[in-house]
Write a protein that binds this ligand. Structure first.
Ligand SMILES: [Zn+2]
Length: 474
């Protein structure tokens, strides 16, 4: 009895010790030097660029190529100093690639963005989506958040720096795609080109996380989440067959019934949750700022890993999606008429993969869960990216620029659940980061790909400031 009591006291002491020792690495207040940026010009230029309806289409022939070409010309016209100080190339269907020569070509960096946008349903907008109107300090329009803003942030910061005689330590490449939203060929073309020319970037930064509030229980400071990887994606088609005929003499299970059983099997046996590297990194950075009971758990993951994994399943949402390969049944089709038995039924399942689950492994797992007379195959497949380092110089540069721009934010790695063009760069670079340099409210995040996309103009200034702070370190 005494031994049990001593063991419990010891365990409690270890847990509390770990939770209190669990200190924030960046707890010292940040007091960065002020930087000079031209906010007014950035606002005007973003408003100008939003006026170009650069809506991409999966079928390139249906794309308005003239508007894309006009956009590219306008961007160059707006930033003459960048143009005068760089080599410029167009690659793939729509990619713009600038190279600004640094003192060395040893550790080049690539700053990315895309200038295509998703379609709009114009009559659902309170202000026209391609007019670039500023109303009460808010710039309205498609692309203001996703992501002409980061393109302007990069160009504006460089324009100011180069005009002042700045020469970067290393070569800087700017890679802007015009078909990201339709998974086009432009970003892969840039990667092919860089690879063929022996360019091995030390750092790549593209859209991704943001500075966000209220996403972690009990944490009242904003968190700047920087993606260190992105999930893979595959779409799997399930096909069930049976003899057709009249619905008045049915078999015990129709092909649609077998298909439904398969989907139920998948949903009942999800992939296991795991504390992946980005999630461990997030817990480590944010944990010290959580209230005590949660800090006790996050500071003692050696003991509570299982509990956290189970909690993730119950809570669902983004943390859960970062911790497991997820599946979502999205489409199904049986017979085309109510009184006809289906010969063939089909369903589609959309899968988002962690990087230790290959698309092949996922398919094998699904095959093991198929009901009678059901088969499955890929329609689309794309592997997850490897994780970038959070110990490298490249990470420290992005972390510093972020912390110096949003001085009250906790800067943390995370796993990007959506996809971006930067996944192609993992082929030539380990440290590919995904961060959209904006502090966004939950409502603003909801405007991405939605009606009434808009940005408060002061956030444009902060975006420029971030890129200025990053570029001076490159
Ligand atoms: Zn985007």
């Amino acid at each position: 009895m005494l031994y049990i009591f001593i063991a419990i006291v010891l365990l409690a002491a270890v847990l509390i010790f770990n939770a209190t020792r669990f200190k924030a690495a960046d707890s010292a207040p940040r007091q960065p030097e002020k930087v000079e940026i031209n906010g007014e010009r950035a606002r005007q230029n973003l408003a100008t660029l939003v006026k170009y309806a650069t809506v991409s289409n999966a079928d390139y022939d249906l794309t308005d190529k003239a508007v894309f070409a006009a956009y590219r010309e306008k961007l160059k016209e707006l930033y003459p100093v960048v143009v005068a100080n760089s080599e410029y190339k167009e690659l793939g269907n729509t990619a713009m690639l600038f190279k600004i020569k640094g003192r060395s070509d040893k550790e080049p960096a690539v700053l990315m963005s895309h200038y295509d946008v998703v379609p709009v349903v114009e009559d659902r907008w309170q202000h026209p989506p391609f007019s670039g109107e500023v109303i009460d300090g808010v710039l309205w329009g498609r692309g203001t958040l996703d992501t002409k803003i980061t393109m302007v942030g990069i160009m504006e910061a460089l324009e100011g720096l180069l005009a002042g005689g700045f020469v970067p330590e290393n070569d800087i490449y700017l890679s802007f795609g015009g078909d990201e939203e339709v998974a086009g060929i432009s970003a892969p073309a840039v990667v092919d080109y860089l690879e063929a020319n022996g360019v091995k970037p030390a750092l790549v930064l593209d859209e991704g996380g943001a500075v966000v509030d209220g996403v972690f229980p009990g944490v009242d400071r904003p968190i700047a989440v920087i993606g260190i990887g992105e999930k893979g994606m595959c779409e799997v088609k399930f096909t069930a067959t049976s003899t057709g005929g009249h619905s008045s003499t049915p078999p015990k299970h129709t092909s649609l019934g077998n298909l439904a059983q398969t989907i139920v099997n998948l949903e009942n046996k999800p992939f296991k949750a795991q504390v992946t590297e980005p999630v461990a990194g997030l817990f480590n950075k944010v944990g010290p700022y959580t209230p005590f009971p949660l800090r006790l758990v996050l500071g003692n993951m050696w003991l509570f890993k299982g509990l956290v994994c189970r909690l993730a399943s119950v809570l669902g949402g983004e943390i859960n999606a970062m911790m497991r390969t997820t599946i979502a049944a999205t489409m199904a089709q049986g017979s085309k008429q109510g009184n006809v038995l289906p010969n063939v039924s089909e369903a589609r399942v959309n899968v988002r993969l962690l990087n230790n689950t290959s698309t092949d492994r996922a398919l094998k797992y699904f095959q093991s869960l198929c009901a009678e007379d059901v088969t499955c195959e890929y329609v689309i497949r794309q592997e997850a990216s490897p994780y970038a380092s959070t110990e490298s110089d490249a990470w420290r540069k992005v972390e510093k620029a972020t912390g110096d721009t949003w001085t009250d934010a906790i800067v943390s790695p995370y796993l990007m659940i959506a996809g971006s063009d930067s996944r192609h760069f993992s082929r030539i670079c380990r440290d590919v980061y995904k961060f959209s340099a904006m502090h966004l409210t939950k409502e603003e995040r909801g405007l991405i790909h939605n009606d009434n996309e808009r940005i408060p103009v002061e956030k444009i200034d902060k975006c420029v400031e971030f890129f200025h702070r990053l570029i001076i370190q490159l």
